[in-house]
Design a protein around this ligand. Sequence first.
Ligand code: HSE
Length: 352
Amino acid sequence: MNQMNVNIAFIGYGTVAQGFTEIILEKEKKLHELYGLTIKVVAISDIMKGSVYEENGLNMRDILSLVKNGKSLEDYPAGVIGLNSLETITKTNADTILEVSYTDIITGEPALTHIRTALRAGKNVISTNKGPAVKQADQLLKIAKKNKVYYGFEGTVLSGTPALNLAQYALSGIDITEFRGILNGTTNYILARMEEGMPYEEALEKAQKLGYAEADPTGDIEGLDALGKVIILTNVVLRKKIALSDVKRQGITNISMNDIKKAQKQGRKWKLIGRAKIQKDGSVLASVLPEKLPLSDPLANVHEAANALTFITDELGPVTIIGPGAGRRETGFALLIDLINMKNHISFDSHN
Ligand code: HSE
């Protein structure tokens, strides 16, 4: 098996980055023995927590303990401190940038600039950041190809539940013409609580406490987060270009307790469904809307903060994947999927 040494720099060191760090510390031996990966984190730059660079590798147990104790990364006892995100990308010996700074779906920034800069500097990028993938997945993949590096963004859809990998690798050769799914955990969780009689506000507060919601939950409850995922899936899986403004969107804020009770009496459940379908003329019809599903619909039985996605395919008909769509370790794991894919991809390329 080919061995690969990876030097990582984190841009952003929030919960996802910390979840990933825990995973690679726990799986260090397995990653080396089974996947040929030796991972060193050499730099971290976080807008709130500060920045540290140590070319020989940071002790990540010490880093986690600093962060858990609310200390600055700049309290780390060695290395260079104070590099900003772009300096961390371009001026360190990192070969792989994990872009996990905050998401802005509308502009994609500042993550878009981070990713573009890294790819142009010949560095691999792995990111769970939805903004850049929504705005420019296609262009970023082209820049990556041109610079012979890797851009992976599995965690932008369904966190570590491998939705993009399913379509791109496991279902290689199939035609996917349509998808529908529950693409936001926060709203699914809120609807589940409301079905039990919990008022909307309290359910939202709980979803925030459990870490499902975005920093500003407006994007979750108004369907913008799900819309971002519809755009990514349409552009990448259906291979059709659409933008935010092409999609009809409504969140769950208009669904009252009364609506929920009425649906229950009819043997139905409200779910926020994101969908897109290639039409006969080649155009795409996409939406994010609350839909009242019969209990016989598999999506009606996706509980709590789980997500689900059904691809409609030519050879297999519907293929559905269900799993977590948010969370610290769950999203951190998505970075590992991409890292292993990156290693395999680069090893493969080097043999061709
Ligand atoms: N806030 C998102 C959700 C997290 O609730 O699904 C993952 O994008």
